[in-house]
Ligand binder design. Structure first.
Ligand code: URA
Length: 237
């Protein structure tokens, strides 16, 4: 059984200290009873509430980040600023890491979690978790590019990609859907078609969709529904 202040901190919304303050102020209840002490343990299956709002009692933390350009998708780096550096102090200490990587200049949806088993399942090739990107290229996209993506683009090193979706939105803009995640994959696919990528933004990761309300560099905790859908996508209901 977990301590209630720890569960509150796992939501990503409060530090342990802030959680203790909420408890001291009598704002936290379990199944209708006010929690008196921060060390109290939580009975699995009970309902935890703060100010009348039901909150998650997950053991792990799950955040959706709108990654800005210029940061690396890592927890630590000797030279570069990492995505984890965007988080407040208390969340930098719970072992969050990005589930999958976006290039330094790629923006958009990144899942940060400390649930290694779920991250691993979501990235496992057998689970076919699709990712969708908004792509802008130099040069015009045409029906031949769509057909090539559908059939599987062969990269400069000879690797034949799995079939991918390319849905044109404008002369040089498209939605690209991938089932795999090779290094610089979209950049290399577009380069193989002679159309270098000028802008890349990830919009979806399996059932997760980038929250339009999050500006670049902002993050929020996943909702219960988002987490349930992600677990289903990773075969870990
Ligand atoms: N493909 C790329 O080339 N870069 C990314 O960051 C993601 C997909």
């Amino acid at each position: 059984m977990e301590r209630i202040d720890k569960l509150l901190a796992n939501t990503g919304r409060w530090s342990r200290k802030e959680a203790a303050e909420l408890i001291r102020a009598g704002r936290v209840t379990v199944d209708g009873t006010v929690v008196e002490r921060r060390e109290e343990k939580f009975e699995p299956g009970a309902a935890l509430w703060v100010d009348g709002e039901r909150v998650s009692t997950e053991e792990y933390t799950y955040l959706m980040l709108h990654k800005p350009a210029g940061l690396v998708s890592a927890t630590e780096d000797p030279r570069e600023k990492t995505v984890v550096s965007l988080l407040p102090e208390h969340l930098r200490r719970v072992g969050l890491f990005p589930a999958g990587r976006l290039d330094k200049d790629t923006v958009g949806l990144l899942l940060l979690t400390n649930d290694g088993a779920l991250a691993h399942a979501l990235l496992a090739p057998k689970n076919h978790v699709d990712k969708t990107y908004l792509v802008r290229v130099e040069g015009g996209l045409d029906g031949e590019d769509e057909a090539a993506f559908r059939e599987g683009v062969t990269l400069a090193d000879g690797y034949r990609c799995l079939p991918a979706g390319l849905e044109r939105l404008g002369p040089n803009e498209a939605l690209v859907t991938l089932r795999e995640g090779k290094y610089h994959q979209i950049k290399r696919m577009c380069a193989a078609r002679g159309k270098p990528v000028a802008f890349l933004k990830r919009l979806t990761f399996g059932p997760l969709r980038l929250d339009e309300g999050l500006g670049a560099g902002q993050w929020r905790a996943l909702t219960g529904e988002e987490l349930a859908a992600l677990r289903a996508a990773g075969g870990r209901e």
